[in-house]
Design a protein around this ligand. Structure first.
Ligand SMILES: NC(=O)C1=CN([C@@H]2O[C@H](COP(=O)(O)OP(=O)(O)OC[C@H]3O[C@@H](n4cnc5c(N)ncnc54)[C@H](O)[C@@H]3O)[C@@H](O)[C@H]2O)C=CC1
Ligand SMILES: O=C(O)[C@@H]1CCC=N1
Length: 266
């Protein structure tokens, strides 16, 4: 199997690192190319043993999958590199937020099988959530689903569901990291050093994450287990509940979803 990544940035590297670390694809079957960060691409060759090439004919020849992993705004440039060498049998995998399947086909002027994937950077620790939407002519979906399962949980959706999954779990890690940043900043305000604030917040997040891995109680139950009657947690939660946190998060997700829709219209 030959998998070619056009783009070797944050998201592509999380995917191919996850695939190689999980042993689902041999590094020698992965080819990457980029535009700007050639040094980074060569570093991946050194660290992971994959192939780096800038020869589009060589890259596209006998490719089973070509992963379109540039930013949406660079897609047409990437397509120009691939067009002349694209085989009809090659399956196109797009991770570009907001770019619809019919747009991919229109830009290439082909009828290749296309899958839209919406992963997240947790792929680098094999714990992504992957929204997947297939073109109608995509055969042997199970092979790709198996590949994607190597670095995360798959959620197969109709293409209209991709805007929501992009907001919820594609951008989702960034929203949580932002909340963790504010938590650490608040620890500094409480009087902790910046170093301690970062370390304590990190440990808290990792600890609650590991609890969620090992316990199946609901978020609410896990919260209630901490909240002693008339205790410190209850006092804090009484204050927290005065702010419209759920509305803030919903509006945040709504803006990300709307941006995904806007990208689809371009
Ligand atoms: N970063 C994330 O958490 C996620 C990103 N995505 C999507 O993944 C795509 C890439 O995002 P990032 O990895 O964050 O961006 P990035 O800027 O880190 O990587 C973009 C890559 O595309 C390459 N590139 C640009 N023009 C090219 C060309 N003409 N030929 C070959 N390579 C070219 C760049 O050299 C770079 O390696 C975007 O479409 C984004 O919507 C999807 C899910 C999550
Ligand atoms: O911010 C973006 O557009 C990309 C897609 C989801 C996460 N990062």
């Amino acid at each position: 199997m030959k998998i070619v990544f056009y783009g070797a940035g944050n998201m592509a590297s999380a995917i191919f690192t996850g695939m190689i670390h999980k042993g689902i694809v041999d590094a020698k079957n992965i080819y990457i190319t980029s535009k700007s960060n050639r040094v980074a691409a060569m570093a991946f060759k050194e660290s992971l043993g994959l192939n780096v090439s800038y020869n589009d004919k060589e890259l596209c020849e006998d490719a089973d999958y070509i992963v379109l992993a540039s930013k949406p705004q660079n897609f047409t440039d990437v397509a120009e590199r691939i067009k002349a060498h694209l085989s009809k049998k090659t399956k196109l995998i797009s991770i570009m937020a907001g770019i619809r399947i019919d747009t991919v086909l229109e830009v290439f002027g082909t009828a290749n099988p296309v899958a839209r994937i919406m992963p997240n950077t947790n792929a680098m620790v094999q714990h992504s959530v992957n929204g997947i939407a297939f073109s109608d002519n995509f055969e042997d979906k199970d092979e790709l689903i198996h590949l994607m399962a190597s670095f995360g949980k798959n959620v197969v959706v109709e293409e209209d569901g991709m805007d929501n999954i992009t907001a919820a779990t594609g951008s989702g890690p960034a929203f949580l990291y932002y909340i963790y940043e504010q938590y650490a900043n608040s620890l500094i305000e409480l009087g902790f050093s910046e170093e301690d604030a970062q370390a304590l917040t990190r440990e808290l997040v990792i600890g609650t994450g590991k609890t969620l891995l090992e316990r199946d109680e609901s978020f609410e139950q896990l919260r209630k287990d901490i909240t002693s009657k008339a205790g410190t947690t209850e006092a804090g939660l009484d204050t927290l509940s005065e702010f419209k946190l759920q509305e803030m998060i919903f509006k945040t997700l709504g803006s990300a979803r709307d941006r995904s829709k806007k990208l689809s219209e371009q």
